[in-house]
Design a protein. Structure first.
Lengths: 321, 299, 336
């Protein structure tokens, strides 16, 4: 089966006053239709940059310097500006962090939803569009009356579900949700995540969930991709990630999670993430790695596929190691 | 417990000069404003050192002379050396601007702080007075005031006073709103937890963060002061003997300078006024970018 | 010995506007106390609007209660003056949620540490002060030379929060109010920050009030827990008991909704039985009634605390067969 999303060798840098920061360094990923991928990493690991790059929303001083982003075999990076405008929301949708705060406070919800459809289907009939919007609202568990309401009349969770509704209006193939529940309380968070799950099954889209809450990943995604300092460390199924992570960074992340069984045991990861302006040579994780070898300091490990199906970028698993 | 990993090599920060130049390149209005100001200041300073200031007053030199080598800017009907007049006039304008502007800003800062930090009746009072006085047409009041003063008691200092009288409300309200929002900031709470008292918070925590606003308010006040002194003197309400730009223009009007062919008389003061006000306005616009983060364009 | 902290029937009501009568009860009749000689870590758990931040502000003396009193070492904190007030200030400290907001952007990060050292006279000389700062920064896993002299915007969120915790280390208060100290910090850093906080308790006898909405971290660090909802206590007791065997419908809902990083504990197993009403609970009834799947007629009047166990109590009529316990005896349920 052809993957619906295929990212190849994506390279993004930011040119700042202090020099060149490599935000994404040769990252490749693929996703099948209906699959849910969790993109995890610390702040500065490149996960949000990845989302922006896929949507071609990287602004100066950032620049996409290389790579391809295939959605249904069409490279988004090759499209003209106008074609990309059309592709956004209809082929690939993005729910940014704090999306609920970016709803227009002076427009009714329905008007904003219709705006989104009109931008892509200027000739659609008004009554049709309205009906579609109301049905989409129902699919995210909101009442049809929300169509006529204003953003401030809704709670945080409801606003976030409106954003989800807007993102699925045109039935995109790929939905990227960037920390969609970070400002919500735990009960609402669960409601929102279950909503995303349901709508995704309905339209058969692939979902990328960006975040750093491994618990959320455990409850929601099929695959987990771990990023560190702009590079991909590991991609495993969610089960493999939690039971047998391969990359030392992923392993440390899993070990640092509090669980109900080992009360009181804390295992942090020593050291700090490197600045993207001054990445360590070889493997970017080597200064903090408990299993560092000499080769790690000079040679950059490329991602490779293991027999278990997991993808790891670590010299520990190189042939003959 | 966490051990410490290898430290990051110190990042190569670009020098302060480079950062400043790069910023100036983005903020063109500030640059132009500053350049014009530099030129005007240079003119005034060099002028004060080289020119005989007595010649700025009537009956000092031969009148109605065209610009020549001896009198590069010509002389006027009353026997003023225009060059000397310009130099002294600029200096006096600067004095009014800084005095009135400084006073207005000081009042704004003090009242704004008191109003915002202590709240209650004081706040209601100060805010109320500001809000009542603001819509009053300052121009009208200034004209009436200046007009009712005895001609001999009008000096540049009374001019400054008249201008400040109705200009202090704006900086007060601006500083007040800034302090109101700033005192709710968490670093103020933390300072309180660290044992810092009210005065310490005002001067140590809040005031330093207000510097951009205070400077911006000052530039605005200077502009208002200079402009105010200009239109009052153009109406003949200023200290008539002094060679303020407005006075010169008023006198030139009174003597029908253009009709009589003495074109140089009103031209220099007009030009000077345009330059002064433009430079202040440009700097003000430039300051807005610094003081108002939302206007700031990031590279 | 007078208790370290004695909160007696504290209620905080915010009224809106001069003309309208609408008001919000941020905190409703909460009592608890902490002993001086038995430092403990207590969690106050709740979501936004639960009153937990109001409680923190009350304990720090930033706001005054509408009714009820707060005593620190036997003295009413609203009446403290002079030296006594300075002592209270020094001994009751906080670590806040937002790592950036606590720094004054005009100064370097040193300011955060140097000001309290100077004000509370914690060092004998400039060199001594510097040493203490270095010691605290090292203890939280930072390299002092990387951090001192820098401005807050030049450091990462994790570094900033670590400096916040270092400040607590330098001050060594008697009571530390930690208001969501790790919620804005990356998951990988949370462990070490919580570790440091626990170290403060274990090694320096600091009592910590850990305020959070994240029950997973609360479970690991605290001994006792109070669950708040819209200002009222829903359930309280030993943290193990309450989290493993929640009795109040609200606590059950909370625990069920936690995304445990554990594949054997999936959300799908328990359905969220919650009614979504946009209305808020007004009047004197149980605050959770509008959303409670077990709501009954009698819930229109606020349920008292029913003691289920030596170390667990819940305010819910579902357990009305159990003995009632007065709100001001809440602390007896909380183990240390």
């Amino acid at each position: 089966m052809n993957p619906v999303l295929h990212i190849k060798n994506l390279q993004v840098s930011y040119y700042t006053d202090s020099g060149r920061a490599t935000a994404l360094d040769n990252v490749s990923l693929s996703l099948n239709a209906g699959e849910k991928l969790g993109l995890v990493g610390e702040s500065g690991s490149g996960k949000s940059t990845m989302a922006l790059a896929m949507m071609r929303m990287i602004k100066q001083p950032g620049r996409i310097e290389g790579g391809q982003v295939f959605v249904d075999d069409e490279d988004l990076l090759e499209l003209s500006d106008e074609e990309m405008l059309k592709a956004r929301l209809s082929r690939i949708a993005y729910i940014p962090q704090g999306a609920m705060n970016s709803l227009n406070p002076v427009m009714r919800i329905g008007a904003q939803m219709i705006d989104a459809i009109k931008a892509h289907e200027p000739k659609a009939a008004k009554a049709d569009m309205e009906e579609r919007c109301k049905q989409t609202l129902e699919s995210v568990d909101l009442k049809r009356s929300v169509f006529k309401m204003y953003a401030h009349e809704l709670s945080g969770g409801m606003k976030q579900r409106v954003c989800i509704a807007i993102s699925i209006l045109l039935k995109p193939k790929v939905i990227i949700a960037d920390e969609p529940t970070s400002a919500l309380d735990v009960v609402t968070q669960r409601q929102v995540m279950e909503t995303i799950d349901r709508v995704q099954k309905q339209i058969g889209a692939a979902v990328i969930l960006i975040g750093h809450d491994m618990g959320l990943m455990a409850q929601f995604v099929d695959k987990v991709a771990v990023m560190y300092a702009g590079r991909l460390s590991e991609v495993s199924s969610v089960r493999q990630m939690f039971t047998e992570p391969k990359h030392p960074y992923a392993t440390a992340l899993i070990n640092s999670l509090p669980s109900l069984d080992n009360k009181g045991v804390f295992q942090g990861i020593p050291g700090l993430a490197p600045s993207l302006l001054r990445l360590p040579s070889g493997c970017t994780f080597h200064p903090r790695c408990s299993r560092v070898m000499d080769v790690c300091k000079t040679v950059r490990p490329d991602p490779m596929k293991l027999s278990s199906g997991q993808i790891v970028a670590c010299h520990l698993y190189a042939e003959g190691a | 417990m966490a051990t410490i990993a290898v430290s990051q090599p110190q990042l190569r920060q670009p020098s302060k000069l480079t950062l400043m130049l790069r910023y100036l390149r983005r903020n063109k209005s500030m640059v132009f404003g500053l350049l014009i100001l530099l030129f005007l200041v240079g003119f005034t300073v060099i002028g004060l050192l080289t020119v005989d200031t007595k010649d700025a007053y009537p009956l000092s030199v031969r009148g109605k002379q065209e610009p020549s080598l001896k009198y590069p800017l010509g002389t006027d009907f009353f026997g003023r050396d225009m060059l000397a007049a310009m130099v002294v006039g600029m200096w006096q304008t600067a004095l009014i601007g800084v005095l009135a502007g400084g006073l207005g800003t000081l009042i704004g800062v003090v009242l704004g702080f008191i109003s915002a930090y202590f709240g209650g009746i004081l706040d209601a009072l100060i805010k109320g007075i500001c809000q009542i006085l603001t819509p009053i047409p300052a121009f009208l009041i200034q004209v009436v005031l200046a007009g009712s003063l005895d001609k001999r008691s009008v000096t540049i200092y009374t001019m400054a006073f008249v201008v400040v009288l109705l200009a202090w409300m704006a900086p007060t309200l601006v500083i007040r709103s800034q302090v109101l929002s700033m005192k709710e900031r968490q670093f103020v709470s933390v300072a309180k937890l660290s044992g810092v008292g009210d005065l310490g918070i005002i001067f140590g925590e809040i005031l330093p963060n207000l510097l951009p606003f205070i400077v911006a308010a000052f530039v605005g006040q200077v502009f208002v002061a200079v402009f105010g002194s200009f239109y009052l003197s153009v109406l003949g309400l200023g200290p008539l003997r002094e060679p303020l730009m407005g006075n010169l223009i008023w006198a030139a009007q009174g003597q029908s300078a253009f009709f009589n062919g003495w074109w140089w008389w009103p031209i220099w003061p007009s030009l000077a006024m345009v330059l002064i006000l433009s430079s202040l306005a440009l700097i003000n616009m430039g300051m807005d970018e610094i003081a108002n983060p939302r206007v700031r364009r990031s590279e | 010995m007078a208790p370290l902290l004695d909160v007696q029937n504290v209620t905080k009501i915010y009224s809106r506007g001069v003309l309208s009568k609408s008001s919000t009860t941020a905190l409703n009749n909460v009592s608890l106390h902490l002993e001086q000689d038995k430092p403990t870590i207590m969690t106050v758990a709740g979501e936004s609007g639960s009153g937990k931040t109001t409680l923190a502000m009350l304990l720090l003396g930033f706001i005054a209660p509408t009714s009820g009193q707060i005593f620190y070492k036997g003295q009413d904190i609203s009446r403290l003056r002079g030296d006594d007030r300075m002592t209270f200030r020094r001994e009751v400290q906080a670590v806040f949620q937002d790592p950036f907001a606590v720094f004054n952007p005009f100064y370097t990060v040193d300011h955060l540490l140097s000001v309290p050292i100077a004000k509370f006279k914690l060092a004998k000389s400039k060199a001594d002060a510097h040493d203490r700062m270095v010691e605290a920064l090292t203890a939280v896993g930072l390299r002092p030379e990387d951090v001192l002299g820098r401005f807050p915007h030049q450091l990462s969120g994790g570094q900033r929060q670590r400096i916040n915790v270092a400040r607590a280390l330098v001050l060594k208060p008697k009571l530390l109010i930690a208001d969501e100290p790790v919620s804005m910090v990356d998951a990988s850093l949370r462990a070490s920050i919580l570790e440091t906080l626990r170290g403060l308790h274990d090694n320096h006898g600091v009592s910590i009030m850990y305020i959070t909405h994240d029950l997973t971290t609360a479970y690991h660090i605290a001994k006792s827990i109070i669950v708040l909802y819209r200002g009222s206590v829903m359930e309280a007791g030993d943290v193990d008991k309450v989290i493993k065997n929640p009795e109040h419908p609200y606590t059950k809902l909370l625990i069920d909704s936690i995304p445990w990083p554990d594949l054997s504990r999936r959300w799908g197993e328990t359905e969220i039985k919650v009614r979504e009403t946009e209305g808020t609970a007004t009047g004197a009834g149980c605050k959770f009634a509008p959303r409670c799947p077990f709501v009954m007629e009698k819930c229109q009047s606020a349920p008292p605390l029913f003691q289920l166990d030596k170390h667990q109590a819940t305010a819910c009529y579902l357990h009305e067969s159990k003995p009632q316990i007065n709100a001001d005896r809440l602390s007896e349920l909380l183990p240390v």
